[in-house]
Design a protein around this ligand. Structure first.
Ligand SMILES: [Zn+2]
Length: 284
């Protein structure tokens, strides 16, 4: 099935009260895990790419992998650019074949965030690309983006209302107290704020910083309108631990393909469990 944008899968998810996993891939093997697991579970899925990963591999290899992997799939797969502040980079992804992009101008003043996000919506509309935008600032570290605790702040309800009126995005990421990376202690999620923002419109919401949240928190966020859940850090750990554990158990073997297979299995477990948890299995 050809690649799709996120629009329809997220509308259906919000209506059906489940969420679509957006899994950050690192290479061909991890992308293969995401697509094949979604196919096995009959789930829509978002293959998410950070700017850093794209800069590492280049645009063309990533697009050719995803096209090859989705050639024989029957489930909807979107390829999405995660947090990006750089409009020309976003344009390059759109031109190369990405079906969805995120503009993250959340560190800019409110009016400028609106302006930049509107500009990306305009760029994307020409190609039927879906757009995600962020309001407030999500804390923690993800690739090259680092927001310390003092700068991280929740999205305001009034601002969210203005933002959603002025910027017609397919997915909205309000900061609600989750953060990127590994949580130190219990995350303090502002469910009331999420609830108020969710009531403003039917726009599907994105939950960032999914790694380390409990099943209970996921369920509550989904019931409050989160239809896209980002999983990145957990896959980074599975990627490295899958490799390491195999090597440590057989340090003299030196068989690279078996190590890649061990990595595949570790990643698959993480993706599989999350799809089930988010309830998107059998929703393709
Ligand atoms: Zn994020």
């Amino acid at each position: 099935m050809p690649l799709v944008n996120m629009t329809e899968m997220l509308i259906k998810a919000r209506e059906g009260k489940y969420a679509v996993g957006a899994f950050n891939i690192l290479d061909y093997n991890s992308m293969r895990v995401v697509v094949e697991t979604a196919q096995e579970l009959q789930s829509p899925v978002i293959v998410q790419t950070s700017e850093k990963t794209i800069r590492f591999w280049g645009l063309k290899p990533i697009v050719s992998w995803i096209k090859e992997l989705t050639d024989n799939t029957t489930v909807p797969v979107a390829i999405h650019l995660d947090h990006c502040k750089d409009l020309s980079f976003i344009q390059n992804c759109i031109d190369a074949g990405w079906t969805s992009v995120m503009i993250d101008a959340s560190s800019k003043p409110f009016e400028e965030n609106i302006k930049l996000s509107q500009q990306v919506v305009k760029m994307a509309k020409l190609h039927e690309i879906s757009v995600e935008a962020e309001l407030g600032e999500i804390g923690g570290i993800e690739d090259d983006i680092s927001i310390n605790e003092e700068s991280a702040h929740l999205a305001g309800v009034e601002q969210a209302k203005i933002f959603l009126d002025k910027v017609k995005v397919e997915c909205f990421a309000p900061a609600i107290g989750t953060s990127h990376g590994i949580y130190k202690g219990e995350p303090n999620i502002a469910f009331d704020r999420l609830n108020e923002i969710s009531q403003l419109s039917d726009t599907p919401l994105a939950l960032h910083g999914g790694t380390g949240l409990s099943a209970e928190v996921f369920k509550k966020c989904i019931s409050l309108g989160c239809s896209k859940i980002n999983i990145s850090t957990q896959l980074k750990y599975a990627f490295i631990d899958g490799f390491l554990h195999y090597y440590q158990s057989k340090p003299t073997e030196y068989n690279p393909l078996t190590i890649l297979q061990a990595q595949y299995i570790a990643l698959k477990q993480a993706v599989y469990e999350n799809i089930i948890l988010f309830g998107s299995n059998q929703k393709a």
